[in-house]
Design a binder for this molecule. Structure first.
Ligand SMILES: [Zn+2]
Length: 399
C-alpha cells in the first residue's frame, strides 16, 4: 500500500550552518568501523582545515596520537555539542579563536559558547549562494522543501536573504545580543530568538537527574538569570525558541514561564527537543500555551544512547503518545516536528515515527503529516508501509 504525503517543513534545522560547514566536508554519520574511518581521515587534504561531522563517540574515539596522524582536522560530534581537533588544525584556530583552543575540553564553556563555535567553524568556509542552492537541492531529494536555521549570527546571511527569493524556503533565528544589534530590516527577517537551557545527550551534558555513565548535566542559567533574560526578550515582541532536553532544564523553564504567565500570552514560545518531558510538565506546558518542537528521529536515542541513559530515560524519551493522548497536544498546532539535521529528510523521520523503538513514541501517518508537512502538494512523497516488516519506504516525486 502506498500513500501520498506532502513534502516536509523541517521546523528545527541548521540550514546555513550545514550549507557552510557540511557541504564540502566529510560526514562520518554512516560509519562505525574505526579502521575505515581512519583510512578516510588519513586521505584528507593537508592544505586546509578539514571538518568531519557525524562523529559518534559511543562507537569510537581517537587518542591524541591518532588524531595528530591526520591532516588538519576538526571533529564535530553528531550532536554538534562536542568538538576535538588535532595539533595542525589548532595552529590555524589559535590565531582567530584562542578561547576555543583553551576551552575545547570544558563542556560548560562549550555549551555557553555553542553559537560562537559553530559560526566560527562555518566561517572557515565562505558562505555563498551556490552552496545554499546545493543544500536546498539535496534537501529536496530527501523530501524537504522548507527548513529553519535555529541560529544564525552571520550578517552575510541576513544580507543574502534580504536580497533574494530564498526567504520562502527558510526562516532564521538568532540569539538575543546579536538580534539587538540588527537593523530594522534584518530584525524583520529574523523569525525569533533562540535560547539554550541545557546541554545535549551526545555530549553527556543534558540536564537529566540520573545516568549510567559519567554525566555532566549543565544548566546554562540560574533561575534568576533565565527569568531576567526571558523578561528582556519578551519586550522585543519576537517568537522565542528554548532548547531544553533534560527534565531538569524543562522544569526550570516551566517554572520561569509560570512566574511570567501574565506577560507571555501574546508571545509564541516554543520548547525545542523536550525529549524527557514528564507528564506533569506536559500538562503545565499545555496550560501555558507553549508549542513543543520535537524530532522523531531522536526516538533512536533510546537505542543509540543505551550506553549512557538509564532504562527509565530510554523509555521516557520523546513520549509522543502521552503528549497527544493525555496532555492534549495537537500535531501541527502546538506539536511540530523537525530533524535538527540529524539526519534531515523524510526517510529516517517516517521510519522512526511509525516504527519507533518505544511504543510511547509511535506517531500515526496522519499525525506525522499534520506536525511535519507543508500544505503545498506540488511535490510529494509516496510512502509505502509494510506493517509486517515494520518498514517504510519513501519515493520522492519532485515535479
Ligand atoms: Zn538544533
Amino acid at each position: 500500500m502506498s500513500i501520498k504525503i506532502p513534502f516536509l517543513k523541517d521546523n528545527h534545522n541548521h540550514l546555513f550552518t550545514y550549507s557552510s560547514i557540511f557541504e564540502k566536508q566529510i560526514d562520518l554519520f554512516n560509519y562505525s568501523n574505526k579502521n575505515n574511518i581512519k583510512k578516510l581521515l588519513q586521505n584528507l587534504s593537508s592544505n586546509s582545515i578539514n571538518i568531519a561531522t557525524g562523529w559518534l563517540d559511543n562507537y569510537y574515539t581517537f587518542s591524541k596520537e591518532e588524531l595528530n596522524s591526520f591532516p588538519p582536522l576538526i571533529l564535530i560530534h553528531n550532536s554538534l555539542h562536542k568538538f576535538d581537533f588535532n595539533n595542525s588544525a589548532e595552529k590555524h584556530i589559535v590565531e582567530r579563536f584562542p578561547e576555543f583552543v583553551k576551552n575545547k575540553n570544558s563542556q560548560q564553556w562549550i555549551e555557553k559558547n555553542l553559537m560562537k563555535i559553530l559560526s566560527f567553524i562555518a566561517s572557515l568556509n565562505k558562505f555563498d549562494e551556490n552552496s545554499f542552492k546545493n543544500i536546498l537541492a539535496s534537501l529536496s531529494k530527501n523530501g524537504v522543501s522548507y527548513a529553519a536555521d535555529m541560529f544564525v549570527d552571520n550578517i552575510e546571511i541576513f544580507n543574502f536573504l534580504e536580497k533574494t527569493e530564498y526567504k520562502k524556503f527558510t526562516e532564521i533565528w538568532t540569539e538575543v545580543d546579536f538580534y539587538e544589534k540588527l537593523n530594522t530590516n534584518h530584525k524583520n527577517i529574523c523569525e525569533g530568538i533562540k535560547i539554550f537551557m541545557d546541554g545535549a545527550l551526545g555530549a553527556k551534558s543534558a540536564a537529566i537527574s540520573e545516568a549510567k555513565s559519567e554525566w555532566n548535566p549543565i544548566l546554562i542559567y540560574s533561575d534568576a538569570e533565565i527569568h531576567n533574560k526571558i523578561e528582556k526578550i519578551l519586550m522585543l515582541k519576537k517568537a522565542i525558541a528554548i532548547h531544553c532536553i533534560g527534565d531538569i532544564a524543562i522544569q526550570q523553564i516551566i517554572n520561569c514561564l509560570i512566574d511570567l504567565k501574565q506577560s507571555i500570552s501574546d508571545t509564541k514560545i516554543r520548547l525545542e527537543h523536550v525529549q524527557f518531558i514528564t507528564k506533569e510538565q506536559a500538562f503545565s506546558a499545555k496550560d501555558l500555551g507553549l508549542i513543543l518542537s520535537m524530532q522523531p528521529n531522536f526516538n533512536m536515542d533510546s537505542i543509540i544512547y543505551q550506553d549512557r541513559l538509564t532504562k527509565k530515560y530510554c523509555e521516557n524519551n520523546n513520549p509522543f503518545r502521552m503528549l497527544i493522548n493525555d496532555a492534549g497536544f495537537i500535531p501541527g498546532k502546538d506539536l511540530i516536528f523537525g530533524s535538527d539535521g540529524m539526519p534531515s529528510g523524510v526517510h529516517n523521520a517516517i521510519q522512526t515515527s511509525l516504527f519507533p523503538p518505544i511504543e510511547n513514541q509511535k506517531i500515526t501517518l496522519e499525525e506525522f503529516v499534520e506536525a511535519y508537512c507543508i500544505e503545498n502538494y506540488e511535490k510529494y512523497i509516496e510512502v509505502e508501509i509494510s506493517n509486517n516488516k515494520k518498514k517504510t519506504k519513501c519515493k520522492i516525486v519532485e515535479k
